[in-house]
Design a protein around this ligand. Structure first.
Ligand SMILES: Nc1ncnc2c1ncn2[C@@H]1O[C@H](COP(=O)(O)OP(=O)(O)OP(=O)(O)O)[C@@H](O)[C@H]1O
Ligand SMILES: [Mg+2]
Length: 248
């Protein structure tokens, strides 16, 4: 029960006037955002708008030049955040070893480690590849392995930076299904994508970022029927292969 209290206490996460200006270049120019502890938030925005930087900052991999990230109840939630990139870094070892490596910092018993590895490999459909080298996996399998490695640590916050950018529709669908299951398991998901169909299928809310600023943060249904920022409308009109009008 005490553990549950700790796990719930990191939300909401408040980002206040986050700025990132490497070598004086304005990359994030003042990001204000509140992230609740439930659901799947999808970050949309043009190339170079700052989506990956924002995700890396949430993971603690990049430090802001100004502003703050306030985690409710704690300053640095350790072991509760996992991140998966477009091209996952995998060990040149077995599928099993890759998942077990992610668990090492948790200091679990050998028995618990084996149990968790087997469980997540089953859930991502890789049990039959457990003893194979990760080098020989397809792109879709590699991404499922990366998700398994993240899922095994039972993160409270899972960050995904364009996890399906290099995948075909079938592999993409498999990843989306896994992400939904991780959400159902109780993780908050924050994910970037350039795939508007995916954003529509999977998101509860949309964070639209443009030129280093959050232009809107809107429930998904509302965003796709009528985004309220002009920047988001122009972005959607540019991304979709057909003309779209939002009724004005
Ligand atoms: N450490 C850094 N030093 C200097 N510039 C950086 C650094 N990290 C990111 N940038 C720059 O910040 C801008 C935003 O980068 P970011 O990778 O966040 O964009 P993005 O929205 O993820 O784009 P994409 O859709 O192409 O993935 C880019 O112009 C990038 O070159
Ligand atoms: Mg990016």
């Amino acid at each position: 029960m005490g553990n549950v209290q700790i796990r719930l206490s990191m939300f909401p996460i408040n980002l206040n006037q986050l700025r990132f200006t490497p070598n004086g270049r304005a990359v994030l120019t003042g990001v204000d955002l509140e992230l609740g502890g439930e659901g799947i938030s999808v970050i949309l925005g043009p190339n170079g708008s700052g989506k990956s930087v924002l995700i890396r900052m949430l993971a603690g991999l990049e430090m802001p030049d100004a502003g703050s990230i306030h985690w409710q109840g704690s300053n640095a939630p350790e072991g509760q955040i996992a991140i998966v990139f477009q091209h996952p870094m995998l060990l040149r070892s077995t599928v099993t070893a890759n998942v077990a490596l992610g668990l090492r910092p948790l200091g679990l018993s050998r028995c618990e480690t084996v149990k968790r590895v087997n469980e997540v490999l089953g859930r991502v459909g890789l049990t039959h590849r457990a003893k194979d080298s990760a080098r020989f996996l397809s792109g879709g399998e590699r991404q499922r392995l990366a998700l398994a490695r993240a899922w095994a640590v039972r993160p409270r916050l899972l960050l995904l930076d364009e996890p399906t950018a290099a995948l075909d529709p079938t592999a993409t669908e498999a990843v989306e299904q896994i992400v939904r299951e991780i959400r159902t398991d109780g993780a908050k998901i924050v994910m970037s994508t350039h795939n508007l169909g995916q954003a529509l299928r999977i998101s509860d809310d949309i964070i639209f970022i443009e030129a280093g600023r959050v232009r809107e943060h809107t429930p998904s249904a509302r965003f796709f029927s009528r985004p309220h920022s002009n920047e988001a409308r122009l972005f959607m009109q540019g991304e979709l292969p057909w003309r779209i009008s939002f009724g004005d």
